[in-house]
Design a binder for this molecule. Sequence first.
Ligand code: SAM
Length: 259
Amino acid sequence: TSFGFKEVNEEEKSQLVGNVFTKVASNYDIMNDLMSGGLHRLWKDRLVSKLTPFPGMKHLDVAGGTGDVAFRILETINSGRAMDDTLEDNLQEETQIYVCDINPNMLNVGKKRAQERGLGNLGSLVWVEGDAEKLTFNDDSMDGYTIAFGIRNVTHIEKVLAEAYRVLKRGGRFLCLELSHVDTPIFKQLYDYYSFSVIPVVGELVAGDRDSYQYLVESVRRFPRQEVFASMIADAGFQQVEYENLVGGVVAIHSGLKI
Ligand code: SAM
């Protein structure tokens, strides 16, 4: 390609993705803040506000990494809690947020963070090592499904979507936050410069791994455009599929309903 990246096969792809997350698990949060200028926090807030979490819900956050999305969901549920309401309390205890990730290092960092935040002993967070393409959860078992910055790196997007559809209950919502495509000409040039020139250098300096970050940037370019991804979600069976661009398409939140 014009940027000089080599094509990678599927095996190389999983390996590269595995490497980058193993290497950066411990300074993963710092990298996120650095690369997005802290914006990823607002994007995740937006994702969770679209979910409208409720006490007693069973939710699955796939590619959940260090727990960022799961903590927000749980904190949203807890903050709406009426202290003297026993019905709410009972429901509260039933809340289950499953964090599924293929990389145990990321999950371990997440578990530690849950303890630090006082969320570790509630029993509401369940950490599961697993593959988004082949989930171990039952059919029709989840009220909600989120995947943040995860679907871009999988080998078969269709399998991930089919699995999301399978595990959701009817009425359950699928929400996906992902880096996407910028259209505005000047902004696009700036953004390309930032992605292809700045990110790999930051990756090298902070994580000591230029190649993996270069690969991740390339993977954003290859990821289907907003409309195409939306039609893939619809093809998986979801209804009312829509998306919202944030920062001109730097990221997009796609959503769909299993009816
Ligand atoms: N959702 C978190 C966030 O937004 O901060 C983590 C995003 S991180 C960029 C991507 C995560 O996807 C990594 O933790 C990686 O281990 C995980 N991952 C990659 N391929 C996966 C797969 N096939 N199934 C489940 N998780 C996967």
